[in-house]
Design a protein around this ligand. Structure first.
Ligand code: CA
Length: 251
């Protein structure tokens, strides 16, 4: 399996600071996005801590690795990031209450399998055969209302509480880390993104952009441009990953 990837981030049109962070490590087939929140510069500290912890703790895929081993590694890194953020917030009152989302994506090439670990409302999507599908479930209050049948997905997106998270790193709370596995197929395109993209763009719009052509860099730029064109109310981060030579099994 071969991967191509491109990551990009933009402050947007209305914020003075970019508190999103992302990771693209081709040699480890490791990708992540984090969306920080908190007063002063604390949101930036939280998302940076999350991404740096993933970068430090998650190694490359070892030949003996199965999907379970890889998932365990992602969970361990996510827990470590959570602890680091909580400790940091305890030491520095200005950072109290800071938090971050974290969505990590990797593959186990020999098994043609993807592994995702996810906390918060940043998302992972898959474009396969021209159809976009959201893989992660948002850890938000509105998503819970959708699941309870009390709110339509369309209304959830524009709801005043749409950004209220039920789970995030740095929030002393019942832990929830979703892990998702699935088959990787030739030509799959994966999108990791923060809510600065998805609060302003419908899935149909994202799908249209990703179907546009094979240039991931151009696609990432077009997604960010579209979010800014729609007002750019928040920081926007996208990481795009395409799988090729999947059948070969080789890395
Ligand atoms: Ca955000």
């Amino acid at each position: 399996m071969k991967l191509e990837a491109h990551g990009a981030t933009d402050v947007g049109r209305q914020r003075s600071r970019n508190e999103d962070q992302f990771l693209v490590s081709m040699e480890r087939s490791l990708f992540a996005v984090a969306d920080g929140m908190g007063g002063h510069a604390a949101g930036d500290v939280a998302s940076r801590t999350a991404i740096e912890t993933v970068d430090r703790l998650v190694g490359g895929v070892r030949p003996a690795d199965g999907v379970a081993e890889r998932a365990a590694e992602l969970i361990e890194a996510t827990r470590a990031a959570n602890s680091a953020i909580l400790q940091d917030a305890e030491r520095d009152p200005e950072r109290a209450g800071m938090g971050t989302t974290l969505t990590i994506f990797t593959v186990v090439p020999e098994l043609r399998t993807r592994v995702i670990a996810h906390v918060g409302d940043s998302r992972a999507y898959l474009l396969r055969d021209g159809v976009l599908k959201q893989l992660t479930t948002d850890h938000t209050w509105v998503q819970r209302q959708v699941e309870l049948g009390k709110l339509s997905p369309r209304r959830a997106r524009v709801h005043p509480y749409s950004s209220v998270l039920t789970h995030a790193l740095g929030v002393p709370d019942e832990e929830r880390i979703d892990t998702l596995m699935g088959e990787v197929r030739e030509g799959d395109v994966y999108l990791l993104c923060t809510d600065g993209l998805t609060t302003v763009l419908e899935d149909d719009t994202i799908e249209d952009v990703l179907r546009d052509g094979p240039d991931l860099q151009a696609n990432a730029r077009d997604l960010i441009d579209a979010a800014n064109h729609a007002g750019g109310p928040d920081n926007i981060t996208v990481v795009l990953i395409r799988a090729t030579d999947v059948e070969s099994g080789a890395r």
